[in-house]
Design a binder for this molecule. Structure first.
Ligand code: MG
Length: 160
């Protein structure tokens, strides 16, 4: 039996779309790097995409545990025509900031709806977003220290 409200169930299903589209975005970025033999950056973004898939599964499992219903939506095509590394890194950072705002929105909804059984899940995601934003902004900071993209790519291998 469902003990999650329809409203929160729906909001979580929408977040599933956000997480899958994040994976989709990062896969496109990974392909861009791989096409240019920036293979460590490609791996970095592939790993990021895998994490987004894990996020999706976390929401999926939670919905089912609470007796709700999971709906996998059609995904929107993501931007893939990048011009340089910095454009990608900044877009990834902006994307994580956007996702953070969505998670905060879910936190507000949980409070409003008194859906306290989902508080722990969303606190986990709030903390995860701190890490996600920090990961990508650290990568941006490191990139600024390199004049050559291949040197930077080599550095990514050592630190991630
Ligand atoms: Mg995510």
């Amino acid at each position: 039996m469902a003990n999650i409200s329809e409203k929160l169930n729906e909001a979580f299903n929408i977040q599933i779309k956000e997480e899958l589209e994040s994976a989709y975005l990062y896969l496109g970025m990974a392909a861009w790097f791989e096409e240019r033999t920036l293979n460590n950056l490609a791996d970095w973004f592939k790993m990021q995409a895998e994490e987004e898939f894990e996020h999706t599964m976390k929401f999926k499992s939670h919905i089912i545990e609470r007796g709700g219903s999971v709906h996998y939506p059609a995904l929107a095509e993501q931007k893939q025509d990048w011009t340089n590394i910095m454009e990608i890194l900044e877009a990834a950072y902006e994307h994580e900031r956007y996702i953070t705002s969505k998670i905060i929105g879910l936190h507000d909804a949980i409070k409003e709806l008194k859906e306290y059984s989902s508080v722990h899940l969303i606190l986990w995601f709030l903390e995860e977003q701190v890490e996600e934003e920090d990961n990508i902004s650290s990568l941006i900071d490191k990139y600024k220290g390199y004049k050559n993209d291949f040197n930077f790519d080599h550095h990514v291998k050592r630190t991630v």
